[in-house]
Design a protein around this ligand. Structure first.
Ligand code: NIG
Ligand code: FE
Length: 422
């Protein structure tokens, strides 16, 4: 099937090197006018003038973009989309002065989602996840990373990863699965240093081999944070994951600096995520290692924290910065990636081009997919998003609005605003 996208006011290609963009490379996201895009099968075939492509693709099905803006499909490279109930009561507790970590120490936070998820079967989780992923897609996301991490036992983590696998087979979106068995030390393992150590050992020696044997994950991730997993535990787990063939991610320096970014660089992890409390040494280390710095400013906003990840310092140091929602029930219940672009421009002082590249090419790089998606360039996967705006600068401008009209993944229709989301 050949498609010809015409009548876009702007085509934003994000074209360039198939890797995380750094520094001055992030200044230009490739805004073209008078441009059409041809798709053959699941690939972008050509980007050029309408007249040229009309002649070359005479029998193509024409898709009229209606004066909107056509972009690469957005890449949300960090979500925890598989969970049971929402946790709105914690938002009010924080408003009344409670802190996120304090709520967790009292058995809430991740522990609360773990108790809830363990009581549900895979079918229930699947039914809850489908409309949530449809919401993510409805804002322009075509590739989404989804983590496990609310199970924290072999059976429950495998249950989540199987749900993710099922969703990946069933939905048009590209779904990248991450094993996050090290999201928390479960309550039952917190009793003594010995029970804690045996949880880490169980993750490494029992759970990881099962995840790998069933091919349930591409990435391994660890919540490396004071009060959760230490630097040594994180290194131990991630080295084992790498030996088993998984790529690496870290939740690093989210709330307090503990050397997480430095560890990500040392391990040459694909990405280090959060980084609101990154040290100056961590910034330099990420810039040198090529590890993508994935920023999740929605989380800091929702937690009511005054701190924000230092996007400018990271970009200026030469790090590849990506943006993602961190969609999860505790710290960032938004499926809206364009809203994260608003935070990037208004609060992190990123330019529009930088924020668009951070949610396309660099999001893809954070998933090891920079050669496959994230740009409208011949040969890349035909992943596109059409927005009801005339200028790409309107994407972060109409904040928290849903301007996405349609998306395509691998050349096939994914989201359409004419259809109900659930
Ligand atoms: O990325 N920081 C750790 N994990 C999630 C929050 C999970 C939760 O509170 O349920 C995050 O913010
Ligand atoms: Fe997270």
């Amino acid at each position: 099937m050949t498609l010809l996208f015409v009548n876009a006011k702007q085509v934003v290609t994000c074209a360039g090197a198939p890797r995380g963009r750094v520094g001055a490379e992030m200044r230009d996201c490739g805004v073209l006018t008078g441009t059409a895009v041809a798709v053959e099968g699941d690939r972008i075939a050509a980007v050029g003038s309408r007249a040229q492509l009309d002649a070359r693709y005479e029998s193509a099905t024409v898709i009229d973009c209606g004066g909107g803006v056509l972009t690469p499909g957005l890449v949300d490279s960090h979500t925890h989309a598989i969970f049971g109930k929402p946790r709105y009561e914690e938002q009010e507790r924080r408003a009344a002065g409670a802190d996120y970590m304090e709520i967790a120490r009292q058995g809430g936070g991740i522990h609360s989602s773990v108790r809830d998820l363990r009581a549900r079967d895979g079918d229930e989780l699947l039914a809850l996840a489908r409309p949530r992923l449809a919401r993510l897609a409805s804002y322009g996301t075509t590739t989404v990373e989804v983590k496990s991490g609310y199970g924290l036992s072999i059976d429950d983590e495998l249950k989540i990863l199987r749900v993710i696998k099922e969703l990946a087979a069933e939905l048009p979106m590209r779904i990248v699965p991450t094993w996050l068995g090290a999201h928390e030390i479960p309550k039952e393992a917190r009793a003594t240093p010995a029970t804690r150590a045996s949880y880490v050992k169980m993750l490494r020696e029992n759970m990881l081999p099962l995840v790998v044997a069933e091919r349930l994950a591409v990435f391994a991730d660890v919540f490396c944070e004071p009060g959760v997993f230490t630097i040594d535990e994180t290194r131990d787990l991630l080295l084992a994951a790498r030996r088993s063939g998984l790529q690496l991610k870290l939740h690093a320096d989210e709330l307090a600096p503990s050397g997480g970014a430095e560890l990500a660089a040392e391990l040459r992890a694909t990405s280090a995520d959060h980084l609101a409390a990154i040290s100056p040494g961590g910034i330099q280390a990420l810039a040198k290692s090529g590890t993508v710095a994935t920023l999740l400013p929605g989380t800091m906003l929702f937690l009511g924290k005054g701190t924000r990840p230092p996007a400018r310092a990271l970009i200026d140091a030469g790090a590849a910065v990506a943006l993602a929602t961190d969609f999860n029930p505790g710290t960032s219940p938004t499926p809206n990636l364009p809203f994260i672009l608003t935070l990037a421009v208004s609060e992190l002082h990123m330019s529009v081009a930088e924020s668009v590249l951070a949610a396309t090419v660099n999001g893809a790089a954070a998933l090891g997919l920079a050669g496959e998606t994230g740009q409208l360039t011949p040969g890349f996967s035909a992943d596109l998003a059409l927005f009801d705006v005339e200028d790409i600068r309107e994407l972060p401008y109409w904040y928290a609005d849903r301007r996405c009209k349609r998306t395509w993944v691998r050349g096939k229709a994914c989201h359409s605003s004419d259809l109900p989301i659930t």
